[in-house]
Design a protein around this ligand. Structure first.
Ligand code: DOR
Ligand code: ZN
Length: 348
């Protein structure tokens, strides 16, 4: 096969940032994806419908002419989020989802939730109006090993929340463990998960073996190989319950390459090429479109994109992509550490 045409994908978890960095990174998503769920962890975070509306306008004004790209806005949940504002934003079509960051779990999560009980009125309102909750599923307790934080979150927070409020529609974001895959696949239709390209491709050796590699550090941190294989199996099982969320999270190199470097992997420029290669390597190219372009809209109750995208398979492996230059400095692109023969040829 030398060409593959699929429905235009969406990205159900994307960090675009703001200002000069957004200007530089946004074209790398708009070139292949129709819609994206936009993460609200700016400084300050996007905590009201008015802020989400203003951020959406800034994003739209940065979309390159000729590209069709729809940002789907997300409200950052805090212990003081107002259920009425949230309902108004959802009904006005400004807000597509709400993000739960446990306080301290990741980049700019300090305003997140410390005590889930405090946000129950908001979650009840969301269950009532069918607005999805997007969950960064990690506990933050210092006595819990960082590699166990997702599995412990399921036991302590997610499973009890599903028991209390089964009607709440939840996306368990960027899952990284066999436990999370199992939890989602055995759940009902109100539970789904996103999976990133990097968690399908690398394991924790990429970060730590042969020298420390900050460009592979993200949160949740990549786990051991058996977990990567469980994620891949969950995707290839083609059940409709997991779909693409890149968690493309650009930080300029100067912020990553330091004694306390930022978490985040910037993969927007090569998401589809990496996924096509991975699916091809598993004789599963026929399942790529469901993962990138069908199951996400189904969960979000949106139509699939009308547009299509064509990928091209080259005879020789494609060069590793150069860093993306921004006015604040270069941002290194995810290196999948495997030969990639695919590239995106055209979105139409
Ligand atoms: O690696 C990550 N980077 N994980 C997150 O949850 C946040 C993100 C970011 O905003 O940089
Ligand atoms: Zn993220």
């Amino acid at each position: 096969m030398t060409e593959l045409t699929i429905r235009c994908p969406d990205d159900w978890h994307l960090h675009l940032r703001d200002g000069a960095v957004m200007q530089a990174v946004l074209p790398h998503s708009a070139s292949w994806c129709g819609r994206a769920i936009i993460m609200p962890n700016l400084v300050p975070p996007v905590t009201t419908s008015a802020m989400a509306d203003a951020y959406r306008a800034r994003i739209l004004s940065a979309v390159p002419t000729g590209d069709i790209f729809t940002p789907l806005m997300v409200l950052y949940l805090t212990e003081t989020t107002c259920p009425a504002d949230l309902q108004k934003g959802a009904e006005a079509g400004i807000i597509s989802a709400v993000k739960l960051y446990p306080a301290g779990a990741t980049t700019n999560s300090d305003s997140g939730v410390r005590d889930i009980e405090k946000v129950m009125p908001v979650l009840e309102k969301m269950a009532e109006i069918g607005l999805p909750l997007l969950v960064h599923g990690e506990v933050t307790d210092s006595d819990i090993d960082i590699f166990d934080r997702e599995a412990v979150f399921i036991e302590r927070v997610l499973a009890p929340l599903r028991e209390t409020l089964p009607e709440l529609r939840i996306v368990f974001e960027h899952i990284t463990t066999a436990q999370a895959a199992q939890f989602v696949l055995s759940g009902d239709e109100n539970l789904a998960a996103t999976i990133t390209p990097h968690h399908l491709i690398i394991n924790r050796n990429a970060i730590l073996a042969g020298g420390i590699k900050p460009h592979y550090y993200c949160l949740p941190v990549a786990k051991r190989e058996s977990h990567r294989l469980a994620l891949l199996e969950a995707v290839l099982a083609d059940t409709g319950k997991v779909f693409l969320g890149t968690d493309s999270a650009p930080h300029i190199d100067a912020a990553k390459l330091q004694p306390c470097g930022c978490a985040g992997i910037f993969n927007a420029p090569n998401t589809l090429a990496c996924l096509a290669q991975l699916f091809e390597n598993h004789q599963a190219l026929d399942k790529l479109e469901n993962f990138t372009s069908v199951y996400g809209p189904e969960f979000y109750r949106l139509p699939v994109n009308e547009a299509a995208i064509t990928l091209q398979r080259h005879e020789t492996a494609q060069p590793v992509l150069a860093p993306v230059e921004t006015a604040e400095g270069p941002v290194t692109v995810f290196d999948p550490q495997m030969e990639i023969f695919w590239s995106v040829a055209e979105k139409r």
